[in-house]
Design a protein. Structure first.
Ligand code: NAD
Ligand code: UDP
Length: 319
């Protein structure tokens, strides 16, 4: 098994690479460090099956000699502060980056997987969200650079499948967390953990009644790997099933680290989805998949890893 993985220096990409390398695959990682971390590349390079190209996949992919079985396209900023800081780059990696990755898969006769997102549902009006729901997206708001890029990425992936017979997969990933997220990532999980570890107030945005459904990264990796092994070309949701409000989530993180800390309410970001929760019926039936790591257990592991993050080049945990 030989595969190319874009976004290998990112949070999910580094876990996926570690998992595939552990199974004996040859992994060619590509990343331009827009939101990733060189320390992940350094850790992966300790494995003899890993090679790395620093490149912007929106400009093109490196010329890879020899056959490829899979092309896995995970490159894209995913944290709202990151993609809002780089809106054009985010649109480009979803558009041109996806097309370059599709072309590579087509040239090499490889199976292709797109890392899509629950953001394609926007601020959903249907709960929980099944794959058949078309979403409720602001096409030009602050989050549109990400949402619309991924919607386009799904559309071009399906077009390559229909027009060129490319063997494609689409995973719609819901909020995922775990070790190896960037400390300054800006997402709620990292913010709350770092605030609590620093003895600061936890910043809950808006009234804190908006919900998310968190999944631990090893559950996601297991689902992605199963999806590669079945023949199904439509999008598949992978996410945690238990919705939790952000106020409650702050209380849970605080209780795990420092119960005496205050919670501070701050303004809500524009277009913030009010409720998000996947319908995972398809993943259950198609993949026999369901999340296994509870929020308490996943948070425990994540907090432990963040406590050690003073040494960022620490060993990559296999997911
Ligand atoms: P991340 O920011 O940690 O990783 C993304 C990686 O892509 C980074 O290493 C970044 O440097 C790289 N990258 C960005 N643009 C690039 C470009 N033009 N060329 C080469 N590399 C580039 O984010 P993540 O959380 O690991 O997300 C990975 C993928 O999963 C993304 O496609 C994201 O949309 C998707 N996803 C993640 C979540 C989540 O909760 N983490 C949810 C839904 C979807
Ligand atoms: N959020 C929060 N405090 C923070 C960061 C985020 O209350 O410090 C909220 C945010 O308003 C959103 C939710 O947490 O409702 C999840 O935000 P995140 O940026 O992690 O990801 P999103 O699901 O919005 O892409």
């Amino acid at each position: 098994m030989r595969l190319l993985l874009t976004g290998s220096a990112g949070f999910i990409g580094s876990h996926l690479a570690a998992s595939l390398l552990t199974s004996g695959a040859q992994v060619i990682g590509v990343d331009n460090y827009l939101s990733g971390q060189p320390a992940h590349t350094e850790a992966l390079k300790r494995h003899p099956g890993f090679t790395f190209f620093e490149a912007d996949v929106s400009q093109g992919l490196p010329l890879v000699a020899g056959p490829l079985d899979w092309v896995l396209h995970f490159a894209s900023p995913a944290s709202p502060p990151h993609y809002q800081q780089f809106p054009v780059e985010t649109l480009m990696v979803g558009a041109q980056g996806t097309q370059h990755a599709l072309n590579l898969a087509r040239r090499q006769g490889a199976r292709f997987l797109l890392a899509s997102t629950s953001e394609v549902y926007g601020d959903p009006l249907v709960h929980p969200q099944p794959e058949t729901y078309w979403g409720h997206v602001n096409p030009n708001g602050l989050r549109s650079c990400y949402d619309e890029a991924k919607r386009y990425a799904e559309a071009i992936t399906m077009a390559y499948h229909r027009a060129h017979g490319l063997d494609t997969r689409i995973v719609r990933i819901f909020n995922t967390y775990g070790p190896h997220m960037r400390a300054d990532d800006g997402r709620v999980v990292t913010n709350f953990i770092h605030q609590a570890l620093a003895g600061e107030a936890l910043t809950v945005q808006g009234d804190g009644q908006q919900t998310r459904s968190f999944q631990y990264v090893s559950d996601l990796i297991r689902g992605v790997r199963r999806l590669m092994d079945v023949t199904y070309h439509g999008p598949v949701n992978l996410g945690g099933t238990d919705a939790i409000t952000m106020q409650r989530f702050a209380e849970v993180v605080r209780a795990a680290i420092n119960p005496g800390l205050p919670i501070r309410f701050v303004p809500l970001a524009a277009d913030d989805p009010r409720q998000r929760q996947p319908d995972i019926t398809l993943a259950r039936t198609l993949l026999g998949w369901a999340p296994e790591v509870s929020l308490d257990e996943g948070l425990k592991r994540t907090i432990a890893s963040f406590r050690q993050q003073a040494s960022p080049a620490g060993p990559l945990p296999a997911a």
